[in-house]
Design a protein around this ligand. Structure first.
Ligand code: COA
Length: 536
């Protein structure tokens, strides 16, 4: 068995320093996640007083006990719009993730109505669209817990047009044969009303669900008409008169029970049984000491692989050819995968090797896991003459067109076209998570500053003008500071360049969950229809 033999010295200053730096980064993002819960929690008393459950409790009650829930994009929109990135952190105003309901794997999207009445805002819209995209590709029933004030009226210009995609996707899911279920806990106004109307199954709560195109304030503003919300769109009206809702629950808990019941009746809870797999030979805890948080410091990516895969068993592919690009076969919790990792910039041979390996994975039907830690493709006369443009392009082509599930972990640097070739966001990974030390940018800030200084110097020389060194120094400092701030994992996750930050120690569990999700999707046979299920 070709198990990796670790050479890590655990008892060293470097190991301890790396670990301390990682723990600090992990504490930072966990602290921000706690702020999201705190922001929503400020409305808890209001919910209780109305006899409602707060949004996160709804999600917990919906999910199977003791089953995993992979929450996605917890820090969506961090530091953007009304989210100040410090005290008022909103997570995109929704709770989204994959979990089990009555044994069936589902995508759950709950309006976090403790925050701004569940109003949708620009990054929250993107979060919903990404959740729907995952649901469609992995064939997951899409279950919404609705309580929404509709569009955030302070930010409409930045979300109105794009927001339509969330409704179009509901229609697409239904037509693809994927059930869409809305449990309506409260106000479902304007856009929120379509969250309900476009669902295949609607569960409403007596006295609490209010589903209308224009609620009392909007109606008064639009037409001057004054009406109460029960008469405009109460649960009983929709259960007995309009036929918009299928099930009438007595309270939030009852509605969630009915939601679970619907999933149970669909019979989508099929699971694949697998033999128990051996854990890695080395402790995942050691990842924190092995990987420097500074991407400029090199380390052996096989040490990471040894802590992710079953039995640390890794069949290295062409290890002496294009050696800085590491490819090989392994398994995670009994699921065979191909892995592509980096031990430095990608050169021509490494590109060719990765391209070939990706095609072999496609031939064998193996999901591919990319462990991104690269400053990009190699530059210089030697690299150019060895055909780096040609080979790098072909690697990117192979990555793009690989038709097996691709999963990406950004575990360090993710720069330049290396980000693309290692299956960055735009290259269709089914899931992409970042460690909190990840750095994502077109290049490093110092390099960008140097490039722009050289360009300015040459431009001044060609026009016979003096070169203003002081001005350039100030520009360089500005570029470096800007790049530093804009390349952090927090900046990236805020913009949904990933599906969330994870603790490096959870990587194996997350990969395993995602591989299982992809596999279950492959096994599900859908029964598509042309227009989505209609409510006549
Ligand atoms: N856009 C932006 N912010 C909104 C909002 C909207 N559409 N609707 C509510 N909010 C904000 C409120 O200003 C308040 O902000 P604060 O926490 O900073 O004070 C917060 O959300 C909670 O609102 P509140 O009215 O106290 O909550 P509620 O649970 O009692 O009532 C609604 C919720 C949805 C019934 C009520 O807020 C409402 O009717 N909003 C307008 C809905 C509407 O007409 N939308 C049209 C969209 S096209």
């Amino acid at each position: 068995m070709p198990a990796i033999r670790s050479n890590v010295i655990v008892d060293s200053d470097a190991f301890r320093a790396n670990r301390a730096a990682h723990l600090e980064l992990i504490a930072e993002f966990r602290g921000l996640e706690a702020k999201v819960r705190e922001a929503s929690g400020r409305s808890d008393a209001k919910f209780r007083q109305r006899g409602q459950l707060p949004p996160r409790e709804r999600v917990n009650l919906l999910l199977d006990r003791d089953a995993p829930f992979l929450e996605l994009s917890t820090l969506c929109g961090l530091g953007m719009h009304e989210d100040d990135g410090k005290e008022n952190v909103y997570g995109g105003g929704s709770i989204v993730g994959i979990g089990m309901i009555s044994g069936a794997r589902c995508m759950i999207a709950a309006n976090d109505s403790g925050i701004k009445g569940g109003a949708a805002h620009p990054m929250g819209v993107e979060k919903a669209i990404r959740a729907q995209e995952i649901a469609l590709r992995s064939k997951l029933p899409y279950v919404q817990l609705v309580e929404s004030a509709g569009a955030n009226l302070f930010l409409q210009a930045e979300m109105f047009v794009r927001g339509g995609a969330t409704f179009a996707n509901m229609a697409r899911l239904s037509a693809a044969g994927i059930p869409v279920i809305s449990i309506v806990h409260g106000s479902s106004t304007a856009g929120g009303a379509y969250q309900t109307g476009l669902a295949d199954y609607v569960v409403m709560v007596r006295g609490r669900s209010k589903i209308f195109l224009a609620g009392p304030p909007l109606l008064k503003a639009a037409t001057g008409e004054i009406a109460g919300d029960e008469a405009l769109g109460g649960a009983e009206l929709h259960a007995s008169t309009t036929g918009l809702g299928e099930y009438l629950a007595e309270d939030d808990a009852d509605a969630l029970r009915i939601g679970r019941e619907i999933l149970a009746k669909l019979g989508w809870a099929r699971r694949e049984t697998r033999a128990a797999a051996p854990p890695p030979l080395y402790d995942a805890e050691e990842l924190l000491g092995i990987v420097p948080v500074d991407y400029r410091k090199p380390y052996e990516v096989r040490e990471v692989i040894a802590r992710l895969v079953d039995g640390s068993d890794f069949l290295d592919f062409k290890p002496s050819y294009g050696a800085a690009t590491v490819c090989g076969h392994a398994a995670v919790e009994g699921r065979a995968i191909g892995l592509v990792g980096n031990n430095g910039p990608i050169d021509a041979a490494g590109s060719a090797k990765a391209g070939q390996f990706i095609q072999l994975c496609c031939q064998a039907g193996l999901p591919i896991v990319f462990l991104q830690n690269t400053t990009g493709y190699l530059v210089g006369v030697e690299a150019e003459t060895s055909g780096i443009v040609k080979h790098g392009s072909k690697m990117i082509q192979a990555v793009t067109n690989a038709d097996v599930p691709k999963l990406t972990l950004q575990i360090g640097g993710s720069f330049g076209a290396g980000h693309y070739g290692m299956c960055g966001r735009s290259f269709g990974p089914r899931f992409l998570f970042s460690w909190p030390n990840a750095r994502i940018a077109v290049m490093g800030g110092e390099q960008a500053a140097k490039v722009m200084t050289i360009v300015a110097e040459e431009s001044a020389a060609s026009r016979g003008l003096p070169f203003d060194a002081e001005k350039m120094k100030a520009q360089a400092a500005k570029i470096i500071a800007g790049y530093d701030m804009q390349s952090t994992a927090l900046f990236a996750t805020a913009r949904l360049w990933d599906d969330g930050l994870i603790d490096p120690r959870d990587s194996r569990a997350v990969l395993s969950f995602c591989l299982e999700t992809c596999r279950e999707g492959e096994m599900r046979e859908l029964r598509p229809n042309s227009f989505g299920v209609a409510r006549f």
